[in-house]
Design a protein around this ligand. Sequence first.
Ligand SMILES: Cc1ncc(COP(=O)(O)O)c(C=O)c1O
Length: 374
Amino acid sequence: MNWSEWARGRNAKARAKDRWRETNDFDAFGPRGALGDGRRVVSFASNDYLGLASHPAVLAAAHAAIDRWGTGSGASRLVSGSRPVHTQLEDALASWKATEAALVFPTGYAANLGTLSALAGPQVLICSDEHNHASIIDGCRLARELGARVEFFPHADAGTARALLADWAGRAIVVSDAVFSMDGDSAPVEELARACADYDALLVLDEAHSVLSPHAGPLPCEVLRVGTLSKTLGSLGGFVAGAQVMTELLVNRGRPFIFSTALAPADAAAANAALEVLRSAEGAALARRLEGYAGRFTRQGAALSPIVPIIVGTERAALAASAALLGEGLLVPAIRPPTVPPGSCRLRVTLSAAHRDDEVRLLGEVLGRHGLWP
Ligand SMILES: Cc1ncc(COP(=O)(O)O)c(C=O)c1O
């Protein structure tokens, strides 16, 4: 069998299981745009939670960076040097996260992969929440390859994480999404941090989706905060914030940092400008608007989150629900394995401060009419 035949077989299997994925055109600025066939829709699919990807100050900063430094960075920062905008961004991120230092990676995916693999080795235990993002799972896989022991603990079960730490004599890491990307629920950060403090373990928190709770307050253990520039900050890239000695270690051992071309200056400048907006009164107002929208879809007792999972079960049901909403002018993705476990296929609605009130009301009305909400 040649490779094309093999690929054809794999693709056919994915189709037969309703797990086929393909990219589709969506010509949009902010949440509104046109599909490839010309239909106008409103997107509830993007992680641009505050709408900063189309904010005038963010656009202006990106344009100015292109005019000053050109488009690409040319090489890894260790080879061709940082543009001032890279270091400005890192200082701003460290100040935002209240840490000594921050280091920017090409993506959030690379930040998780680079961090977990840089810390891995024999005598290292990594305890990972079973609902963690794929980039953490892949970081764990790489860490295992480098000699670390990896254990997955049941979702949000800090007690089991603590028991795993208690049984381990070497260095240990607990890694968790702070807000889980497919459910929008929160990790028991304080309990995980107390367990880490008791066993001298490092807590790696992925705060990619922590828009309504940007970061937990001071924690009693050593912490690395992983984040992304590509969601709330409307740009592209990832970062790790923590003690300077740790970011220095990542400069020397974080292979996606060392061996990838630096972030484009325009991406860094856009994230920097977005962070300025986010930390201003305007940013607070955008977060309040998002909170208001999220409040309409938050189930009783749950934390406010702009991620609204609507679990429908099978792949087919998720695709049908997504198609039905598209027919009503709403773009809401069907999420299927391997992103979520089999049997828990869902619609994943993401709300943004860039949505208008009438669009969010329409979403609620359409979901209700199709029996998808509440
Ligand atoms: C929790 C979490 N971490 C990391 C990432 C990766 O971030 P990026 O898109 O910047 O690679 C994502 C993106 O989907 C995510 O949801």
